[in-house]
Write a protein that binds this ligand. Structure first.
Ligand code: NAD
Length: 481
């Protein structure tokens, strides 16, 4: 059985305390590897190595930093199949999805920020003939990068790539629920010839390894993606230490469908925006508001399409949904389905576990679930479920849909379906979300600002925003006469 190792100072090492966590394959429900249960001692060692490597890496010309990151991108692509299989085994998502989305995107993250840093510029402010100000953008030092389990390599690299490109060294902590591809990445870093200490990867739980990284006095900048409660806990530790903090948190995203939409495209995309990756994407739309004239037609067509989605072994190409990431998360999703019924909701389809035959007979599968008849302010419609569960609600007026869409503590993404251009712009400006997709979903340009408002986060990732986050602006003022 595979024993995952930490990556510290350019070497793969066991945790100091010698303790390991069980790592489960969601599709079978069985332990298939062991993950270091690292603690503060491992974090200390990683931060010390990262600190030592920092001056050399920060002084490395941007073009040379880019060259190393591009080499890693090439290696990710060369290992596409093995990484896709690892991601699927670890997370439960279909292999085809990891092959098409997760792993290519991890390579793109390195490629994108490698190129971006060679184009990164800072500002100058001339004061006539009196003085000239220019802004230096210098890396902070050791960056802490903490990521969740839903898009494991994709989101881990989304942080690491800009942090390294900007000249920081990094201590990364992937989710203990899905550590495997971060471990494979550290093996590829050795092959790429990364300088020791430039990137370090510590495996372990949030409360042990994660908290030690957050509290570490030699880590001045933290980039975190995960749940809103965890983000609040991080902020409580980081704020009195005056750390720079980026928080990408939970969501409860609305999909608003008007009667004048391009119906087929909407239906097809709404199926994906509801259930891609078992609904375990922070950007999935879980509350679907449909204009009343097409509500019945949409409900019937949507339910028919959902019933045709095959839930099964993630290794099979015809499995549209794979397994739920963990037993506790499965229980959480099922408890919300129960709650929805207690709150008066009607399950139109799904609503229960799916039992898959063969090697997956003990796996954690849930049928894609569609619920109607709930009020917009009930708990089911207010709290993040993060699984294959959506609710349908008819609306009569644009203002009503907008109020419901904005009526949660979250504000990550929103999807709008209409052919009315004026309405699209009007609503886009008023939706409380960091990202608004009009007549599409998950169409991503890595240059755009990415992040949430309200309890969905603080700060923005992506493009120049990420490079700005991972650098400290310093103004230099020169008197000219
Ligand atoms: P989580 O908050 O439980 O864990 C995220 C990471 O934080 C893990 O690596 C975990 O070990 C670590 N962690 C946990 N407690 C910690 C602590 N006290 N100190 C430091 N680190 C700690 O989240 P999860 O269950 O892994 O992921 C699901 C959540 O992530 C959902 O809420 C989802 O919406 C959110 N998410 C948000 C985005 C986004 O871009 N906004 C993207 C993906 C997922």
């Amino acid at each position: 059985m595979d024993r995952i190792q930490n990556y510290i100072g350019g070497a793969l090492v066991a945790p100091v305390g010698g303790a390991y966590l069980d790592n489960y394959e969601p599709a079978t429900g069985h332990v298939y590897s062991h993950t270091p249960a690292s603690d503060a001692r491992d974090v200390d060692a990683a931060v010390a190595e990262a600190r030592e490597a920092f001056p050399g890496w920060a002084a490395t010309p941007a073009g040379e930093r880019a060259r190393l990151l591009l080499r890693l991108a090439d290696l990710i692509e060369a290992n596409l199949e093995a990484l896709a299989e690892a991601e699927s085994t670890d997370n439960g998502k279909p292999v085809w999805l990891a092959r098409q989305v997760d792993i290519p995107r991890a390579a793109s993250n390195f490629r994108f920020f490698a190129h971006a840093v060679t184009q990164f510029a800072s500002e100058a402010h001339a004061m006539g003939e009196t003085a000239l100000n220019y802004t230096l953008r210098q890396p902070h030092g050791v960056a802490g990068c903490i990521s969740p389990w839903n898009l494991p390599l994709y989101l881990f690299t989304w942080k690491i790539a800009p942090a390294l490109a900007a000249g920081n060294t990094v201590v990364g902590k992937p989710s203990e629920v899905t550590p495997l591809t971060a471990y494979r990445l550290s093996q590829l870093c050795l092959e790429a010839g990364f300088p020791p200490g430039m990137l370090n990867v510590i495996h372990g739980t949030g409360p042990e390894a994660g908290a030690a990284l957050v509290a570490h006095r030699d880590v001045p900048v933290l980039s975190f993606t995960g749940g809103t409660k965890t983000g609040a806990a991080l902020a409580r530790t980081a704020a009195p230490l005056f750390k720079k903090l980026s928080l990408e948190l939970g969501g409860k995203n609305p999909t608003i469908i008007f009667a004048d939409c391009a119906y087929e495209a909407m239906l097809e995309t709404t199926l994906r925006s509801s259930f891609a990756n078992q609904g375990e994407i922070c950007l999935c739309g879980s509350r679907i508001f449909v204009e009343r004239p097409i509500y019945d037609r949409f409900r019937d067509d949507f339910v028919a399409r959902v019933e045709a989605l095959r839930v099964g072994d993630p290794r099979c190409d015809d499995s549209r949904l794979g397994a739920i990431v963990s037993r506790p998360h499965l229980d959480k999703i099922l408890s919300y389905i129960n709650l929805a019924q207690e709150e008066g909701g009607t399950i139109l389809t799904g609503g229960a576990r799916v039992h898959v035959e063969g090697r997956c007979r003990d796996g954690w599968f849930v049928a894609p679930t569609v619920i109607e008849g709930l009020a917009p302010d009930c708990r089911t419609n207010q709290e993040e479920i993060f699984g294959p569960v959506v609710t349908l609600m008819p609306f009569d007026e644009e203002e009503e849909a907008l109020a419901w869409a904005n009526g949660t503590p979250y504000g990550l993404a929103a999807v709008l379906w209409t052919e009315n251009l004026t309405r699209a712009h009007r609503l886009a400006a008023r939706l409380q979300a960091g990202i608004v997709w009009i007549n599409c979903w998950m169409l991503r340009d890595l240059r755009t600002p990415f992040g949430g408002t309200k309890q969905s986060g603080v700060g923005r990732e992506g493009g120049v925003e990420a490079l700005r986050f991972f650098t400290e602006p310093k103004n230099v003022c020169i008197k000219l006469s």
